[in-house]
Design a protein around this ligand. Structure first.
Ligand code: HEC
Length: 511
């Protein structure tokens, strides 16, 4: 069988070739950053593909479909994995680059591999930036507005901003541009660059540890030692992502409202230092803060300097590093200048990040807005509720507004009911003798909402209901249905079944 495949494809010898690569000095946990980054990338592509099954890119549906993703525990977890996977990937690319930098592994003949690696970092950052907009909540909107404004700063930038934004203001076109960049353009660039990165890597072989005489090193093999260590590292990354996805899922803010200019945007942690720079430079130049490009009137060239010139020069320096560091040896002693510079740049980046974080917190405190809790946000109907589809086939909001919240809940609750409850309680809640009691015209159902919530969450058995007893129990729903589904279905049975007209139940009332 293997011979058959080998004779027709050459896959077996290719795999053998791939696995028997030499590693100067033997396998080491120091070499796992590259493969761990690649693992994070594959995880991002996988979770990202599945997220497109649920996400609908347009101004009327982006937030709504994200909300639906949050409300379903499985898709919420998927999103949470994608969110932490992004952080992991950026952190790992950065660590990988940092290690190559410290070890001087970018030196001849690996200059091009270094350049491709730096481009990969940029692509990863663009992926983070473009993904940040997609939920279309307040922060997504205003933080992206800052980056779009930055694109508009340099001469000719207005054109670039117009293209990225898809017109004069942010809207559906912006979401579609960012979506296209996030799911097609950048992933394609990423895969192509990773391919080039690996091909160049195979051509030159690993750089190995920093030693004066490479001939003294005993060569090791990729398989099985390094492969094993790479696997362990990827597994550790995987478990960290799963753990964080469980304990710290991302936060969905209220739907983007362009009129709410008091909102203070906060960037992803990996862009904090740029925000810090932006806020810091005006302090040096003219003694006044410019809160995140909201007021551009002050001194455009100062912002241009902080937002474009400094980061661009920094990027170019990193890119051409192999030609700046001309020492022929990789030893730490002879590269003290580069190493100290790296150290101070990293200290500066960390310091700027903390500075940005504290400034943002001060701005938020000064804005005096009490942030809503996520339950409040998820429970609230979208501001544009008016019968718009939320991209999941469910209808959000009621025509005519007014009692919009309640009637949206009734509609949502009806579908929960027909999927989970009508088989026993009947399509119109009329009940079935011997199977389940009626819920229509049932004073318990229209009575104290707390008692109804309790029964639906925890189930019920052996009670005489409406003059009957039932051998089978009423199932407990708290592990099968989300809080929102429970609130919706109770709102429906209290107010949507024939003869019932009791009050709606809010998600926050469900434990
Ligand atoms: C497997 C059949 C079955 C399904 C499915 C079912 N129920 Fe029940 N339900 C019952 C039975 C049986 C009782 C009565 C239990 C008893 O007497 O102990 C009951 C009781 C109730 C009661 C209490 C009625 C009263 O007057 O005390 C409510 C409220 C209720 N169900 C709501 C729901 C909702 C909402 C759903 C869907 C999420 C649902 N049920 C799905 C069988 C079912």
């Amino acid at each position: 069988m293997l011979n058959w495949i080998e004779s027709r494809t050459g896959f077996i010898s290719m795999t053998k070739d791939f696995l028997t690569e030499d590693i100067p000095g033997g396998a080491s946990y120091w070499y796992v950053f590259g493969s761990a980054t690649m693992f994070a990338m594959i995880l991002q592509i996988t979770t990202g593909i599945f997220l497109t099954f649920f996400y609908a890119p347009s101004a009327a549906t982006a937030w709504e479909s994200t909300r639906a993703i949050y409300l379903n525990p499985y898709t919420h977890f998927l999103l949470s994995m994608h969110y932490w996977g992004a952080s992991a990937m950026i952190a790992l690319v950065f660590l990988h680059l940092l290690q190559v930098l410290i070890w001087g592994a970018y030196k001849s003949p690996r200059e091009l591999q270094w350049i491709v690696g730096v481009l990969l970092l940029l692509v990863t950052l663009v992926l983070g930036l473009s993904g940040y907009l997609l939920p279309w909540d307040m922060d997504a909107y205003f933080a992206s507005q800052v980056s779009l404004n930055i694109a508009g700063l340099p001469p000719g930038g207005a054109l670039l901003q117009g293209i990225a934004q898809g017109g004069g203001t942010m809207g559906t076109d912006t979401i579609n541009r960012f979506f296209g960049i996030h799911v097609w353009l950048m992933p394609a660039a990423l895969v192509a660059l990773v391919g080039a990165h690996l091909a160049i890597f195979r051509h030159n072989g690993p750089a190995g540890p920093v030693v004066d005489d490479p001939r003294k090193m005993r060569p090791g093999r990729f398989w099985p030692d390094q492969m094993f260590m790479d696997g362990i590292a990827s597994l550790v990354v995987f478990f960290i992502i799963i753990f964080l996805a469980f304990v710290a899922p991302p936060f969905l803010d209220a739907k983007a409202d362009p009129t709410n200019a008091a909102f203070v945007p906060y960037p992803a942690w990996y862009f904090l230092f740029l925000f810090g720079l932006l806020n810091f430079v005006p302090v040096l130049m003219q003694g006044s803060h410019i809160p995140f490009l909201v007021s551009q009137a002050n001194a455009p060239w100062v912002e241009l300097f902080a937002a474009i010139v400094i980061p661009t020069i920094g990027g170019i320096i990193v890119l051409v590093l192999p030609w700046l560091d001309r020492s022929t040896t990789r030893s730490f002693a002879s590269r003290a200048g580069i190493l100290w510079t790296t150290f101070f740049v990293i200290v500066a980046i960390v310091a700027l990040s903390f500075y940005a974080q504290s400034t943002i917190q001060a701005h938020i405190a000064a804005s005096g807005v009490t942030p809503q809790t996520e339950d409040q946000i998820l429970a609230a109907p979208p501001p544009n509720a008016g019968g718009t589809s939320n991209g999941t086939g469910e209808t959000v909001g009621a025509p005519g507004g007014g009692a919009g919240a309640a009637s949206a809940q009734v509609t949502a609750g009806q579908s929960v009911f027909s999927q989970n409850c009508s088989s026993c309680h009947g399509a119109n809640g009329q009940g079935q003798p011997g199977v389940a009691p009626p819920l229509a015209k049932n004073p318990f159902v229209t009575g104290d909402p707390k008692a109804v919530i309790n029964v639906v969450e925890n189930g019920l058995h052996g009670q005489a209901v409406m003059g009957q007893t039932f051998s089978a129990p009423m199932p407990a729903w708290k592990s099968t249905l989300s809080k929102k589904d429970i609130a919706d279905v109770i709102t429906f049975i209290r107010g949507g079944l024939p003869g019932n007209s009791a009050s709606a139940v809010k998600v926050s009332a469900v434990k």
